[in-house]
Design a protein around this ligand. Structure first.
Ligand code: BEZ
Length: 221
């Protein structure tokens, strides 16, 4: 007997995970209609916030604006999202500029029908069914999801960590290395551990590499 899925019930979509292609979308934003593919060739930090005109979100927008030029210098674009209308977004960014003197110079998706939020799993219904959590998706120039961060409604994110994450991913791609805990640009990087006995012997004899043991070696870039 074959089991036919109920035709009127759409199959649940798998949420994107690290290493997956970022789900394509077309969305209304404060900069007009934008597609994910418009960002091909650049890194993209796609983030959601719970709601416009809320205090923690306002602190985050001020902090995102502060790192925006540094992200741009890394060929990384920034785009926000919430389940608010484009008119609400416009009013809020105008308010931030008027009251706090900070221009929000990146697009914000008006995801009123929750389409993009659902596609990316930005809503955590156990916490709120009507607001997006503080999700961050780092998407690379080939539009592959490279990192995902989730924060709850009540905790503002650390923008320096988001910047550090983009720099760490770019360092990994450029040099085929990993980055240790609390790594900052300029610090030594980690060599991927050898996977054969022969490679382990070569690693400890390698010039310019600082090894605690065969599996744990660092080098300066
Ligand atoms: C805020 O951004 O201030 C906020 C939003 C949702 C829940 C709690 C705080």
């Amino acid at each position: 007997m074959s089991v036919n899925p109920e035709p009127s019930v759409p199959a649940p979509r798998a949420l994107p995970r690290i290493g997956d292609p970022a789900p394509p979308f077309t969305a209304e934003t404060t900069f007009g209609t934008l597609k994910l593919e418009d960002f091909k060739g650049s890194w993209l930090v796609l983030f959601s916030h719970p709601a416009d005109f809320t205090p923690v979100c306002t602190t985050e927008f001020l902090a995102f604006a502060e790192i925006h030029s540094e992200l741009r210098a890394l060929n990384c674009e920034l785009m926000g999202l919430s389940i608010d209308s484009v008119f609400s977004h416009i009013a809020w960014v105008r308010n931030i500029e008027e009251k706090m003197g900070v221009k929000i110079d990146f697009p914000i998706i008006a995801d009123l029908n929750k389409e993009v939020a659902t596609l990316y799993g930005m809503i955590n219904p156990g916490e709120s069914k009507t607001e997006t959590s503080r999700a961050v998706f780092v998407i690379d120039p080939q539009q592959v999801v490279r990192a995902i961060i989730y924060y709850p409604l009540t905790t503002g994110r650390n923008m320096h960590e988001i910047l550090r994450l983009v720099k760490a991913l770019q360092t990994t791609d450029a040099h085929g290395v990993a980055t240790p805990a609390n790594w900052q640009p300029g610090d030594k990087v980690i060599l991927p551990p050898p996977r054969t006995v022969e490679a382990a012997a070569e690693r400890v004899a390698q010039e310019g590499v600082e090894c605690k043991d065969w599996y744990f070696c660092k080098k300066a870039l």
